[in-house]
Write a protein that binds this ligand. Structure first.
Ligand code: KG4
Ligand code: ZN
Length: 377
């Protein structure tokens, strides 16, 4: 773990980062861990929309065709091209194996061909480090202070993580069933709201005029774990009940009764964000956190941000919406701090679809008699 006693981070150290864990093909160039030189995201949303979720086979084929042009676009702003790149980073898990393979193999090929260090990054770690990035057009502020509690909420994950320092992760709680984003997506599908579900639920909830519905919360007391599948089932039962009252029950609830749909979307969203914020605040208090970081695709949810800020005893930091959903800039930021700790990967790096977030162990330290992995096999 980086303990602050090592070399100063190389301020201009520049990373080309790749991200292909799910349905976005992304490449970015990040300088000094925080400056976004370029960030390119090719979304596959149009491909998966009609299936109501990501189809792994389609995703991996699309990554293969998109990765080279996306990398070229990310490198385009560099006056000295490859000479400005000090290392290559990629997400190696968690995610879809066949999707991750494209990014990992592209990164290995480029690192080998160009003789650069290779740094593999955990996707969740990337989401947390999106908060370190300086959004375009803004002035740099201080990075989030340690210790901090991070709530990572995405389509595939819901995790409450304590960070005492860079790389010093302690998983406090996680979902026992559906991820928060998955619950948003499934509830949206049940109500007939379209894909991806999170932004749709937020928009419909904003239209609610009555506050007449209440969706239960799964508190799982004495634990920082979460459970969202019961909430989703409740939405399903409510939708079935209301559709049965109509003469055209085959239609979606959104088509049959927009007002009831808006109320249900609001009640569902309130249930999810109530539990997320209460547990995050409790963890921040229990561990004397100096700040709360909100990260992952669901961090784009406006009411979640507002409620957390209202309840939190410490400042809440979150990235702008474009950096909340999957991107490679966040992978470049996380890779920078890994590299500063002395961590890099060798050619045995492979994809780990169920990669866990664990504290970094340093295989060597720059300046140690033990040597970093060779740049070439
Ligand atoms: O981090 P992300 O882009 O991909 C994963 O790593 O999973 O997160 C995508 C998830 C989807 O489930 C999407 O519905 C959710 O983030 N999401 C939202 C919002 N925007 C995206 N959920 C709630 N409210 C939003 N505004
Ligand atoms: Zn993600």
């Amino acid at each position: 773990m980086y303990n602050g006693a090592m070399d100063e981070p190389p301020a201009n150290w520049t990373i080309l980062a790749l991200e292909t864990s799910c349905d976005e093909t992304a490449a970015a160039v990040i300088r000094g861990g925080r400056e976004i030189v370029s960030s390119v995201v090719a979304s596959q949303m149009h491909l998966h929309e009609r299936y109501g979720g990501v189809v792994p086979e389609l995703a991996s084929r699309e990554h293969i065709t998109s990765i080279a042009p996306v990398i070229n676009d990310a490198l385009a702003p560099l006056a000295r091209g490859w000479d400005e790149i000090d290392a290559i980073a990629c997400t190696y898990g968690p995610g879809l194996a066949s999707a991750l393979l494209t990014g990992v193999n592209a990164a290995k090929g480029l690192a080998w061909a160009r003789g650069k260090p290779l740094v593999g990054v955990n996707h969740l770690e990337g989401h947390i480090y999106a908060t370190w990035l300086i959004p375009e057009g803004t002035q740099p502020d201080l990075p989030p202070p340690f210790p901090l509690v991070a709530l990572v909420v995405s389509g595939g994950h819901t995790a409450l993580v304590l960070l005492r320092d860079h790389g010093d992760y302690q998983l406090l709680g996680q979902t026992r069933d559906d991820a928060a984003g998955e619950a948003f997506d499934k509830a949206a599908r049940i109500m007939g709201l379209g894909y991806p579900g999170g932004p749709q639920v937020q928009q419909w909830a904003a239209r609610a005029t009555a506050n007449d519905l209440r969706v239960p919360r799964a508190w799982l007391s004495d634990s920082y774990d979460f459970s969202f599948s019961g909430v989703k089932t409740h939405v399903l039962q409510e939708v079935e009940r209301r559709r049965a009252m109509h003469v055209e029950p085959a239609k979606s609830l959104a088509e049959l009764d927009p007002q009831a749909t808006a109320s249900l979307a609001a009640a569902f969203q309130n249930s999810i964000i109530d539990v997320l914020t209460q547990k995050t605040v409790a963890a921040a208090e229990a561990y004397d956190a100096r700040c709360i970081v909100l990260a992952g695709g669901v961090a784009a949810n406006g009411p979640l941000r507002e409620l957390l800020i209202r309840r939190a005893p410490v400042p809440v930091r979150y990235p702008p919406i474009t950096l909340c959903t999957d991107n490679a800039a966040m992978i470049g930021a996380a890779a920078f701090y890994r590299y500063v700790e002395g961590l890099q990967h060798d050619w045995s790096l492979s994809v780990v679809p169920n990669l866990r977030l664990v504290p970094h162990t340093r295989p060597y330290r720059r300046g140690d008699e033990r040597q970093p992995p060779a740049n070439r096999p």
